[in-house]
Design a protein around this ligand. Structure first.
Ligand code: UD1
Length: 432
């Protein structure tokens, strides 16, 4: 296990290239199972979640080659329809194998993903969707046993749950429907850019998907898909995290390249509302973010895209912690996602969490403390806080951040931060 040692107070400056999107890569890698021809996917970030996905694919029998951010996958006939608990337990997003496995083999055995620190994480909507296409679903020994002896048959499915649309659920249904008989209409579909990227990838493979990015997606089933090449969209959450870093920890600002302006609107709007400067270039693929002279508090209500993303509330909470005034963060998608607040409080933040809402009273500065990362985005918030804090912070359980941020320490070093990754031989016993 590694920990990150962050010497706070050094101003960041310079330019950074943003990596390909982790959340777009995961379902796209899984979708490679839909054809026996090779697919080539570029800008797949080298993070542990994509590594887990590639390990699972190769254990199922696919051949996987990876070099310089490009992955080549070939899934010959005869690949396994069964993934083991050991393979999938490390990553909840492995549920997105359900759609491609059902489309290709009409059966699959997938361990039920457990809950995680950000909440219960149910999969009822994934199950409902595959049942609607004619599959039978049983739960045995902690596994989902699914089969569709007569194949999958297109129909209309409403994917809306109590907390709004589901991203990976929409992905799964789209992937299951591409080889189904007839037409599937997905109502209340998730509109996230990662869903659109998956649809683009599937269409390049020969699928017939219309409407991705809107509330209704129509999938006309085809007999076969073929190989293709695809470049994954930029990671809007990594970009957003560095935009917040620029507002918190730089003087002259940071330039971020390989971004997509449209995907960053909610984050950019909030930073501007809070008094910071966000300037995109004309092409919308580069942005300069500078801290404002008179930063203001703000309000976040997380919402499905194009609303403010739940994956960016923890990082903004770190910024609010040192912004004058009272800020409010309400997460309607994962109301329990506030573990980072207790750690930020150990660094001197003034935060009250109640019933899915954090109320943050800005303090003048944070001070270093040993802190523990609890989930991916919470750990990003702790890194941001540590960069701005006085003193040297140790962030334990760094593996959380390695799930989704490619070469974070290298990137921070290139911007002038003083960070060091070391083996955590004396991890404090936080859990007792
Ligand atoms: C994806 C993202 C994750 C992000 C989340 C919400 C990936 C790999 N992960 O996760 O980073 O935080 O979208 O933007 O892309 N729900 C149900 N039943 C289900 C499925 C979901 O009730 O069967 C609920 C969830 O508990 C949550 C809401 O729906 O309250 C949205 O979750 P969902 O969009 O499914 O999240 P993921 O796709 O798992």
């Amino acid at each position: 296990m590694d920990k990150l040692i962050v010497e706070g107070g050094h101003k960041l400056r310079g330019t950074l290239n943003i990596s390909g999107s982790k959340n777009a890569s995961l379902p796209i890698l899984a979708a490679a199972l839909l054809t026996d021809e090779p697919v080539r996917i570029s800008r797949v970030p080298d993070v542990s979640d994509t590594n887990y996905m590639l390990q699972i694919l190769s254990q199922l029998g696919a051949s996987v080659e990876r070099s310089s951010g490009t992955v080549r996958i070939e899934s010959p006939d005869g690949i396994s329809s069964s993934a083991s608990y050991d393979q999938v337990r490390k990553m909840r997003a492995s549920i997105c194998l359900l759609g491609p496995m059902m489309a290709r083999m009409h059966r699959c055995t997938l361990p039920l993903p457990g809950g995680c620190v950000i909440g219960d994480r149910p999969v009822d909507l994934h199950v409902r969707a595959i049942q609607a296409l004619g599959a039978r679903v049983r739960v045995k020994g902690g596994n989902l046993l699914i089969d569709a002896p007569n194949g999958l048959i297109g129909t209309t499915v409403d994917m809306r749950g109590d907390s709004g649309p589901t991203v990976l659920g929409t992905d799964n249904l789209m992937m299951a429907a591409v080889l189904a008989k007839g037409t599937t209409v997905i109502e209340s579909a998730a509109r996230e850019p990662e869903v659109v990227d998956l649809a683009d990838f599937l269409n390049k493979m020969g699928a017939r998907i219309e409407g991705a990015g809107s509330r209704t997606i129509t999938v006309h089933g085809v007999d076969k898909l073929h190989g293709c090449e695809h470049t994954v969209i930029p990671d809007r959450i990594e970009a957003g995290t560095f935009m917040v870093a620029a507002a918190m920890c730089s003087e002259e600002g940071l330039t971020l390249n390989r971004i997509c302006r449209k995907h960053l609107k909610a984050i950019a709007d909030l930073l501007v509302e809070c008094g910071h400067s966000v300037e995109f270039n004309e092409e919308g693929d580069s942005v300069v973010v500078k801290p404002g002279a008179h930063p203001r508090s703000g309000k976040i209500l997380t919402n499905p895209y194009p609303g403010y993303p739940t994956d960016m509330q923890a990082q903004m909470t770190a910024l609010f912690a040192i912004t004058p005034g009272i800020s409010v963060v309400r997460d309607t998608i994962f109301p329990q996602r506030f573990m980072h607040c207790s750690e930020l409080k150990r660094m001197g933040a003034n935060i009250k969490v109640d019933n899915g809402t954090a109320i943050i009273t800005g303090v003048e500065g944070l001070s270093a403390a040993p802190v523990m990362a609890s989930d991916l985005r919470a750990s990003a918030a702790l890194v941001l806080a540590a960069l701005a804090a006085e003193g040297t912070t140790e962030i334990h359980r760094l593996y959380h951040i390695d799930r989704g941020y490619e070469m974070l320490d290298e990137k921070l070093l290139s911007l002038g931060a003083r960070v060091r990754r070391v083996l955590d031989t004396e991890a404090p016993d936080f859990e007792s």
